[in-house]
Design a protein around this ligand. Structure first.
Ligand SMILES: Nc1ncnc2c1ncn2[C@@H]1O[C@H](COP(=O)(O)OP(=O)(O)OP(=O)(O)O)[C@@H](O)[C@H]1O
Length: 645
């Protein structure tokens, strides 16, 4: 028997392993199962090289939990280890690896910076176990089995073992804080989290589950005999048998490992439902498949979304050779892609480093750029070839695309010509298409609607005049408009109620008369409304039925919205400091009511008409305040009673 003390650093290492890995306590499962997978992969390689005869029995990994004994076993039938190999890989290398790890991180700050993937592999078992044993038999001819045991991660003992079949058994004697991992549901949950797509089949057994009683077995055997007796039912019996055969917990060939040409739409959808637990079908997907200059495979799904972008949260699961690493690592995946759902497998990714190091890693940046490019290519391709589909998806995907354009210059470059906007007729246009159609009437101006109901009066006016506007009702549209103005220097955006275009006005009113009317009406409205300041503009509008309306200067409105967004309003800042409320009451000189006011400045009902005209203009633009509403209702009743006289 060989005995010895583990390397010099071990006493310091274990408290550190426990502390630093604490948030990812369950990661030992991934490490031990992936070691088993590696052991099988190595053997497969040897057999390809002709150095090992492929065995009859399939490769597999077994996880056996015993809640009664508080043990957990990881068993593989891979390459196994000789005593020399245990000495070399377990006793020495791992600890020097751990020491190197400590050295690397000794000055680094908090644990959040660490991805939770340390490459401490086997030794992560000591996070949850007081004692760990290894029983192994190497594939090598005449190899002797080896037994290794280590308590508390400090002293080990090694001896000749008695394992008779090739492979390795790792047994964990769980510590008091970690008994949960012997629970069937808990351990299956962890296996599902990290190992769903590992390349070797994983089976679970609960060592303490009650065995089927004799009676049950007899009935089953009888049923099975009966089934086989009748030829018609032979198939059923075979199916039944297959159903009863234990099923692996994982899928060894996840869809992303297949060539895109070999995957059906149903497979993509099934994979999506299963992995993201979303019962809705995704809109569409992108299958990433790259071998050079780096290795990257994955599937990105565009989920169906109906809400505003800020309520959304996607999930991008990152894998390293089918081993789950983490969700949503923003250093690798561009932030705006986090709205998507998907899996990305990149075996070349340097994962044993801190997140801050990832951020500055040129290689990681290349991966991130590649993903961005692929997404943009897919979208532009769809625009060009299947514009109908693209339009159908647009309402769902536009917040994502706009967010991407705002966040990523390269994405903007690629996507700017493929952003479309719904117009007043519900048709989708690009910005150049809109500008071209409106060239004669409103050159380089883009009118937009932020609320189709509130702005309906303006929309109707636009329609009557054969003018068009774009529907831009999402929260993200406001910063997106600013971006569009920056990128299209001469183009300016105006909300549909921002200003009265000349198109609505006939030429009948001279400048002089307009001024005269404006002065008179300003005086009258000030008095009737009892306000100091009001901006009034008199226009001869083509539509005689329209009496009054409000316009809101685009600039002042945007300023006010910005203040609201930054919470500056209510901090003693008055919007007037930034150019007033920007509100103008437009009165139509062609309308009979306005004419009446002009002709009867001292009329008994004139103040009532003024107040009503003002309230109607406000109502067509925004809700009235509570006080104004009360007055409006009372006044309306008053007017009706005049009619009833
Ligand atoms: N189940 C196993 N079968 C055969 N060899 C194993 C097994 N588990 C561990 N080993 C050997 O022990 C070595 C050390 O394992 P450990 O998990 O500590 O690190 P690693 O797998 O090399 O890398 P990582 O730390 O990234 O997991 C392995 O490289 C392998 O040679």
């Amino acid at each position: 028997m060989k005995k010895g003390s583990l390397s010099i650093n071990s006493e310091n290492i274990f408290p550190v392993i426990k502390k630093w890995l604490y948030s990812d306590h369950d990661i030992f499962v991934r490490e031990l199962i992936s070691n088993g997978c590696d052991a099988v992969t190595k053997l497969k390689k040897l057999s390809l090289m002709g150095e090992f005869d492929e065995p009859d029995e399939p490769y597999r990994i077994d996880v056996i939990a015993s809640p009664d004994n508080k043990t957990l076993q990881f068993i593989d039938n891979g390459i196994g280890m000789t005593a020399e190999e245990v000495e070399k890989y377990i006793n020495q290398i791992a600890f020097s690896g751990a020491a190197a790890f400590l050295e690397q991180y000794k000055d680094k700050a908090t644990e959040e910076q660490i991805i939770g993937h340390f490459g401490l592999g086997f030794y992560s078992a000591f996070m949850v176990a007081d004692k760990v044993t290894i029983e192994s038999l190497s594939y090598k001819q005449d190899a002797e089995p080896v037994y290794w045991e280590c308590e508390n991660g400090t002293d080990f003992s090694m001896d000749k073992g008695d394992k008779e079949t090739r492979g390795t058994v790792i047994t964990l004697y769980l510590n008091e804080d970690s008994y949960e991992f012997a629970n069937e549901y808990r351990i299956k949950e962890v296996i599902d989290k990290y190992c769903s797509f590992m390349p070797v089949e994983i089976y679970f057994t609960n060592a303490d589950a009650p065995a089927k009683d004799e009676e049950e077995k007899a009935t089953e055997a009888e049923a099975s005999e009966e089934a086989t007796a009748e030829t018609d039912e032979t198939k059923d019996a075979a199916e039944k048998k297959e159903k009863e055969a234990p099923k692996p917990l994982n899928t060894t060939t996840p869809l992303w490992t297949k060539h895109p040409n070999d995957c059906t739409d149903d497979e993509y959808k099934d994979f999506y439902h299963k992995v993201f637990h979303d019962y809705k079908d995704p809109l569409f997907w992108i299958h990433l498949n790259m071998d050079y200059p780096f290795n990257l495979k994955g599937i990105l799904y565009f989920p169906k979304i109906n809400t505003q972008y800020d309520n959304l949260e996607g999930t991008i699961k990152l894998y390293n050779n089918q081993v789950f690493v983490a969700d949503n690592i923003k250093e690798v995946i561009p932030e705006f892609l986090m709205l998507l759902k998907g899996t990305i497998d990149c075996p070349d990714l340097p994962l044993n480093v801190s997140r801050s190091a990832l951020q500055n890693d040129g290689f990681v940046k290349k991966i991130s750029d590649y993903i961005t490019k692929k997404v943009a290519d897919k979208l532009s391709g769809m625009y060009k070839v299947h514009r109908e589909d693209y339009e159908k998806y647009w309402d769902d995907i536009n917040p994502f695309i706009k967010f991407g354009c705002l966040k990523d210059e390269k994405f903007l470059e690629k996507m700017k010509d493929f952003c479309i906007y719904k117009n007043l007729e519900g048709k989708y246009l690009t910005l150049p298409e809109y500008l071209e159609a409106g060239k004669e009437k409103y050159e380089n101006k883009v009118f937009y609607v932020t609320d189709e109901v509130a702005q309906s009066q303006y929309i109707n006016m636009f329609k009557e005049e054969g003018m068009d506007a774009l529907i831009m009702t999402q929260t993200i549209d406001s910063p997106f408009i600013t971006l569009l103005e920056q990128k299209n220097e001469n183009v300016h955006f105006y909300r549909i109620d921002a200003d009265l275009s000349d198109n609505f006005v006939d030429e009948s009113l001279s400048e002089e008369t307009a001024k005269d009317y404006t002065d008179k009406l300003t005086e009258l409205f000030k008095k009737a409304l009892d306000v100091e300041n009001i901006t009034i503009k008199v226009e001869a509008l083509k539509n005689k039925d329209l009496s009054s309306m409000l316009t809101l200067s685009e600039e002042s409105r945007r300023m006010q919205e910005m203040m609201k967004m930054y919470g500056m309003a209510g901090m003693g800042m008055d919007p007037a400091m930034f150019g007033g409320k920007g509100e103008t009451l437009v009165l139509n000189a062609n309308n009979n009511l306005v004419k009446y006011v002009l002709d009867n400045p001292d009329g008994e009902n004139t103040p009532t008409i003024c107040c009503q005209l003002y309230d109607l203009a406000v109502l067509a633009n925004r809700p009235l305040s509570a006080d104004a509403m009360t007055k409006f209702v009372a006044r309306s009743n008053e007017i009706l009673s005049i009619l009833a006289k």
